[in-house]
Design a protein around this ligand. Structure first.
Ligand code: GSH
Length: 201
């Protein structure tokens, strides 16, 4: 198997953390530029997005929730989507990924020429990020992990999102606003899987 990633993608980081937690060997192919016309990615994923997993039979698997579920089903080592909490884990993942989607949209809007920027659209996306963080903090409460006592894919997805927001929206200062999310991130950063996948500044 090989996994196409970029350094900064939070969705790709999620899968790299899953691979490490489940001790699955996989070649990591780091792409520098997703708009490169010679990119090998579209041959495996018509959407041209990372992460894309290439299976041993040469077929491509995407997107990150599908890859995470596939990898979790591949080996019982460190089960990350417990059957009894399957829907709850997927809801956490959808929330965390959705916050990343909104963060990407804000960042992309900011990169447009000033006269082409749509501040109302950016504000709508920013609100999604802020509401999403509030709900994550509320739902985590005083629990150790998103599901309570059990570490799961929900924690991985939330951690990758928090890392991405720190990088892309440092002014948001979510750590001060939500100390319980900061405590969760601190716990996650003790794990080699998170330490070894920190996005570059
Ligand atoms: N829902 C997808 C999102 C993947 C995604 O948007 N990846 C970005 C990088 S962070 C990408 O590949 N963008 C390139 C493009 O949209 O052409 C997933 O969870 O895998």
């Amino acid at each position: 198997m090989k996994l196409f990633v970029t350094q900064g993608s939070p969705y790709a980081r999620k899968i790299r953390v899953v691979l490490a937690e489940k001790r699955i060997d996989c070649e990591i192919v780091m792409l520098a530029n997703l708009s490169d016309p010679d990119s090998p990615l579209p041959a495996f994923n018509p959407l041209g997005k990372v992460p894309t997993l290439v299976l041993d039979d040469g077929s491509g698997l995407y997107d990150s929730p599908v890859i995470a579920a596939y990898l979790d089903s591949k080996t019982p080592v460190a089960h990350l989507i417990p059957q009894a909490s399957h829907i709850e884990v997927k809801r956490w993942e959808a929330l965390a990924d959705g916050i990343c989607d909104a963060t990407v949209a804000v960042v992309m809007e900011g990169r447009r020429m000033p006269e082409k920027q749509d501040s109302a659209a950016a504000e709508r996306q920013q609100l999604k990020v802020e509401r999403g963080l509030r709900v994550m903090a509320h739902d985590l409460g005083d629990s150790k992990w998103c599901l309570g006592e059990a570490f799961s894919l929900a924690d991985i997805a939330v951690g990758c999102t928090l890392g991405y927001i720190s990088l892309r929206m440092p002014a948001l200062a979510w750590q001060e606003q939500y100390p319980n999310l900061a405590r969760l991130y601190e716990q996650l950063m003790k794990r080699p899987s998170f330490q070894n996948t920190v996005p570059p500044g």
